[in-house]
Design a binder for this molecule. Sequence first.
Ligand SMILES: [Zn+2]
Length: 386
Amino acid sequence: MKSVATIKIKIPYNSLLADTMKTYSKCINYISDIGFKNKVINRYKLHHLVYYKAKDKFNLPSQFIINAIRIASQTLKSVKTNKGNKPIFKDIMPLDFDKRTFNFSFEKVRITTINGRKDIPIEVPEYYWKYLDWNYQTMRITIDKFNRMFLHISFARDINTDISCSNGKTVGVDVGINHIAVTSDKKFFRGNKVKQYRIKFKNLRSKLQSKGTRSSRKLLKKISGRENRFKTWINHNISRQIISDCGAGDTIVLENIKNIRKGSRGKRFNFWLNGWSFYQLQNFITYKAVINGIKIIKVNPCHTSQRCSKCGNLGIRSKGFFKCVHCEYSLNSDLNASFNLAKHSSICESVSVPVTEPYIPNDDSKAIFCGNADEFRDNFPESPTL
Ligand SMILES: [Zn+2]
């Protein structure tokens, strides 16, 4: 199995790179125009039609022209749905590289430009060092509206998925309802603080929405970006803590959230599910597990919260507690669900997903949330016995 991660590195504005990107964008536009005029959409036909023309006109390496043809062809295919209008491209399009057009090493990337191969010094944040012994695959250069340049470099690694020798522990992780996450190791990740922040964001949002001015819309956009970074940051912290207590050969059991979406857990849970990226949290847990040789199993969540984790009979849930009608076993309802998940492990299918790791500017997240995820972790006061 292959695991893939993408890191995003900021580099100082480089005019040679910007010129290469501009020329590349002009080249895409040129190819797309010819294809549009001659009604040639197919990538290979387009290649025959324009390759040498484009090569003569633009001083670009072949690989870039091939990429430009691919993008032009893809866009021309969507012309029909776009009322038949001629496609127009931005002045600066993201520029893609593969192993033929770039080299990666710890302190620099060597890339192909309109002026030959050039070294660009880079600084890899310590957080990403763990990927440096993986195989680099592709790179994309982007420029945002503030003229900031970014390299997006993807790495891949083969992961040994032979788990037949595993005899480690199995940990169930329940997400949602009262806590963001609860593990069958009796770890609780509380949502109180997160709820406070969400309410704060929500109030601010509705205030700005009712204003409706241009500047308020701008601010609204900024705030939603900030809120998303906050959620991402919390999810990273929680997943890291869950993973840090497991080792290679262990198994983590998650609920298959797809099934939960159908509303099997009621309105209140749906509110949480829509407001918090549990899907992202599970993805983070999954990719971190994969890196550490931990197996991930996803199970159908039906009955995980309704049944007693001791005797399997139905119980009553009230105010965050579960009480079994049969054996009178009583405990925190989320913990009960996580115990059930841990027991599920033998039945269901295992999944693995390549996950792209997002870029999280550390300073931004610190600016809106002071503290660490330990504050969300809280040991259950009366640990029930199994
Ligand atoms: Zn029971």
